[in-house]
Design a protein around this ligand. Structure first.
Ligand code: ATP
Length: 575
């Protein structure tokens, strides 16, 4: 039977729900702790009203020992509930961290409406709240009415007084909530905005410095920063005002309750012991409410963190792990492929169809902005918004488990992004380094001798984004990474853009070797030299294929016509 959507839990809620037993234990321990918090009050009553009046030292010792024991139990149960929560928090994190990692990764790739950069801080926020003071405040809050009931029991007037203070305190908490939630979120967003702005620009620090743009950047960033500061200051000032009023009420309540008790003692309606006990009890009654006010901000932040994370996980559900398949041979087929992007009214690729048999080298040409890089991303299955069929060995590439597919794909993007680590680790795609395979890939990419000239050879750390290497060196390492492990399909997006003649010769030799090994290679290029190694040529213009076929036929067709390249001839297979 299908669960009605109303009762269906989101992934995040189900993960939390799995910890219901732990929360139940914490609830029981909180109950015990709070119950035992009445012990000092009862002790006080006994000392004032029984021990002092009877003068019995034995009673004092007995009462003190019992109270001491109860304190011990209380401390133990408090410690245990923290322990249970900390453990639950670790498990919660453990269960979700891989999921959150994968979902935020896909969100980066997938033009998501959710900002994945906060996903991990959101997860930490939820864990810390659920295992910290926040959750204790929620568990302790129901005890406020019980303490108030006990003060009623001591004297109705004292009960009324504590009720009044509790209502005032709760009203203040509610006011705080109503007036600080939206501004607090607004202020957080403004801070994130200014930080992101600065971080994204600092990546281009060389451009900024060389052209004296730092002053202009400072001005633009400062505008955002000042807005963030102002919003933060006004939210903080309101929060501090609420906290100050709350403190004032608490101090007033402490003294007034003692005064009211004294009045009742003078009237003979209350014993001095009960007066002191009531005073302590009223303080206890307000503590959970006070605690709630204090943790309200945390609660609000956690709630938004929860919503954001839930949205991210819903948008990027877990992929079916059962979809692994046999190793592909590298046959690529596209049928009616349309690639869209956010913020564009027309598609980037407009209904592209072609088939590339395994073991073929295809050179993809076309003017800037014609959609070549987009086609590369579509073929390796990382373009988020695609309609039509993108098939690898006749099966949709989107159906593959990416971890399984990865080793069969080699991809060298235009912007070669290298990672923190050694050259060997980068070539080995950050996995376990297999020296034979790494050297084989480096040799194929014509890189081996060059690497050996580095002081630490393959172990040379290249720093984030390969900052220590030249553009051409980065590109060659990227190429070695793409062909590492002999993948079946290799997509190279302008691999020769930064290469000198020697580099280009090495590249063409690499492509010829790949072809000899039966690999499928898509080579996006602007340079005519690369065409020599291609079996087929494909020419793109404005998101459409204008020529596609065996290399020589396409070249002949292009030569035979004085018209522009967009006229496909009979020798060339129409797109
Ligand atoms: P070049 O030879 O200059 O690298 P290209 O043929 O590889 O160009 P693409 O990078 O595929 O061209 O871009 C094709 C078009 O799609 C361009 O007009 C570009 O502005 C647009 N485009 C590319 N990526 C995105 C994106 N993520 N969002 C929106 N538009 C995009």
């Amino acid at each position: 039977m299908k669960t009605p959507s109303f009762f269906r839990r989101s992934e995040l809620t189900s993960t939390l729900w799995a910890f219901r037993q732990e929360f139940l234990i914490v609830g029981v321990l909180s109950f015990l702790t709070n119950l035992l918090m009445l012990a000092p009050t009862i002790y006080m009553l006994q000392v004032f009203d029984r021990v002092l009046s009877s003068g019995s030292e034995l009673t004092l010792v007995a009462v003190s020992l019992i109270t001491l024991f109860l304190f011990g139990v209380m401390a133990l149960s408090e410690w245990m509930r923290s322990r249970v929560l900390v453990r639950a928090g670790m498990q919660f994190d453990d269960q979700l961290s891989t999921r959150v990692f994968n979902a935020s990764f896909e969100a980066y790739l997938g033009q998501s409406s959710t900002n994945p950069s906060r996903a991990f801080s959101d997860l930490i926020q939820i864990r810390q709240f659920l295992t910290g003071n926040g959750i204790f405040a929620l568990f302790d809050a129901p005890w406020a009415p019980i303490y108030i009931a006990v003060t009623f029991f001591l004297h109705p007037w004292l009960g009324v007084l504590s009720l009044v203070f509790a209502v005032v305190q709760a009203a203040l908490a509610w006011f705080g909530h109503r007036h600080t939630v939206a501004p607090a979120e607004d202020a957080n967003a403004a801070v994130t905005d200014s930080t992101n702005y600065l971080q994204s620009k600092l990546r281009n620090s060389e451009v900024l410095e060389s052209m004296g743009m730092v002053g202009n950047l400072l001005g633009r960033w400062d505008q955002k920063y000042q807005i963030a500061l102002a919003k933060n200051a006004s939210t903080l000032s309101l929060t501090h005002r609420v906290t100050a009023v709350s403190k004032f009420i608490r101090y007033t309540q402490q003294s007034l309750s003692l005064g009211a008790g004294a009045l009742l003692v003078i009237d003979g309606q209350l014993s001095p012991g009960a007066m002191i006990a009531a005073n302590v009890l009223m303080g206890r009654a307000l503590a959970p409410i006070d605690q709630l006010v204090g943790t309200w901000r945390g609660f609000v932040t956690t709630r938004s963190a929860f919503d954001r994370l839930e949205k991210l996980l819903t948008e990027f559900p877990e992929r079916d792990p059962a979809l692994s398949r046999v190793a592909p041979t590298g046959e690529v087929t596209l049928r009616g492929v349309v690639a869209n992007a956010l913020g564009r009214t027309t598609p980037i690729l407009k209904g592209i169809s072609f088939a590339v048999p395994a073991g073929t080298v295809v050179a993809v040409l076309g003017p800037s902005g014609s959609g070549k890089s987009t086609l590369a991303r579509v073929i390796v299955g990382i373009w988020p918004d695609v309609t039509g069929d993108v098939l690898l060995d006749g099966l949709p590439i989107s159906g593959w488990n990416r971890m399984d597919l990865g080793p069969h794909i080699g991809y060298l993007p235009q912007d070669v992004e290298l990672f923190e680590g050694s050259i060997a680790e980068n070539i080995a795609r950050l996995g376990d380094v297999d020296p034979t395979k790494v050297i084989e890939a480096a040799r194929s990419a014509g890189l081996h001798e060059m690497i050996l000239r580095f002081p630490k050879g393959y172990d040379t750390p290249i720093g984030e984004a390969g900052g220590l290497l030249s553009g051409g060196q980065r590109q060659r390492i990227g190429l070695a990474r793409a062909i590492y492990g002999n993948p079946a399909l290799i997509v190279l997006d302008e691999p020769n853009a930064n290469l000198d003649d020697a580099g280009e010769t090495a590249l063409l030799r690499t492509v010829a070797e790949l072809k000899a090994k039966g690999k499928t290679v898509l080579l996006i290029t602007h340079r005519p030299g690369a065409i020599a190694v291609a079996d087929r040529l494909m020419i793109l213009r404005d998101g459409e294929i204008v020529a596609n076929g065996p290399r020589d036929a396409v070249i002949a067709a292009l030569r035979s016509t004085t018209a522009s390249v967009e006229t496909p001839t009979s020798a060339v297979q129409p797109a």
